[in-house]
Write a protein that binds this ligand. Structure first.
Ligand SMILES: Nc1ncnc2c1ncn2[C@@H]1O[C@H](COP(=O)(O)OP(=O)(O)O)[C@@H](O)[C@H]1O
Ligand SMILES: [Mg+2]
Length: 313
């Protein structure tokens, strides 16, 4: 398998304060391999080390220890070459404040060597993709948060990167702007097979976009896998809530593999199962077999937010 990102034993600490120096270990030995054309998420609480990790992968920050290979090459020896094929967009975008949207895009496109017709074409294409045409002549410091973020994403595509690093791309966006932004990212990934590594605090966003997620806490990867597998590993399960009338015995369910918990009262029960798709027919059979009538049935699926809370503790 080819990897877009291979990180081994990565360590980074920051020293801050001028009088009383404080050392903060931001990354404490990170190993991560992201396959080419994958869409992965980096999740974790504030201060976990997510931005530091993306900054090292994009060659903006140098680690103390560890090896970083990007697109098959070592970032220490091939930094400038790698940088031509990657790009980073931050949700906390900061551009040249007195330049307009078009000027900013032109500026970054020129940094990647575009000129003449191809430069104009690329800028027009990206302005259209992110619906930035109406803001072409508006200065960066006069833009709304959402438009700043669109510009940041547009800028990140000027060099048609093979690896796109997104640091909280939807932070502070209106729900409809965030949804359109997600659609654009998803389309990019699908059509161009761009490898995407994204940090986000929005678990729904991670669950809908990311094939796999890595949870970081205190500079350490606590877990890495498909959202469904992480839920299973933590035995978070799904809750089936049923209110009923009649005499119900849940004895046949007790102790069965895949039943994590059972709570029964006179008229309702709460059953925690590994996967509700698998258990619901069996549980309904149990009710029918005992001639117990169901009044209401509700399923609560655990989601990535539950996984996040479990790993953030
Ligand atoms: N330039 C810096 N100087 C000092 N400390 C830093 C610097 N950058 C990050 N840190 C510290 O490193 C830790 C990880 O930060 P960061 O990677 O930004 O976390 P996240 O993006 O997960 O919120 C935090 O404790 C943060 O305060
Ligand atoms: Mg961050």
């Amino acid at each position: 398998m080819k990897f877009a990102v291979e990180v081994k034993g990565l360590r980074k600490s920051f020293v801050s304060g001028w009088w009383k120096k404080r050392k903060k270990d931001a990354l404490k030995g990170i190993d991560l391999s992201v396959p080419e054309a994958a869409f992965w998420g980096i999740l974790g609480p504030n201060g976990a080390g997510k931005t530091t990790l993306l900054s090292i992968i994009s060659n903006l920050v140098t680690p103390e220890e560890g090896e970083v290979r990007v697109l098959g090459k070592n970032i220490r020896t091939h930094g400038p070459e790698i940088c031509r094929h990657i790009n980073l967009s931050s949700g906390h975008a900061n551009f040249l404040w007195s330049m307009t949207v078009r000027e900013n895009l032109r500026y970054y496109a020129m940094l990647y060597g575009l000129s003449g017709r191809s430069l104009a074409q690329k800028v027009d294409e990206l302005m259209a993709l992110f619906q930035l045409q109406d803001f072409a002549k508006v200065r960066f410091d006069e833009l709304s948060t959402g438009t700043k973020q669109k510009l940041s994403l547009a800028k990140a595509l000027v060099n048609e990167p093979r690896l796109l690093l997104l640091d909280e791309p939807s932070v502070g966006l209106d729900p409809d702007v965030a949804r359109r932004m997600r659609e654009t990212i998803r389309q990019l990934h699908r059509e161009k097979s761009t490898t995407i590594l994204m940090t986000t605090h929005n678990m729904k966003e991670a669950e809908t976009l990311c094939e796999q997620v890595a949870f970081i806490k205190d500079g350490v990867i606590k877990a890495c896998g498909k959202p469904h597998d992480l839920k299973r590993d933590l035995r978070l399960g799904d809750t089936i809530l049923i209110s009923f009338q009649g005499m119900l015995s849940v004895l046949p369910l007790q102790g069965m593999k895949g039943i994590y918990g059972l709570q029964v009262s006179d008229s309702s029960c709460r059953i925690l199962v590994d996967d509700h798709h698998q258990w619901l027919p069996k549980i309904l059979d149990l009710f029918i077999g005992q001639k117990v009538s169901i009044h209401d049935l509700h399923i609560q699926e655990s989601d990535l937010e539950d996984v996040f809370i479990a790993y953030s503790r």
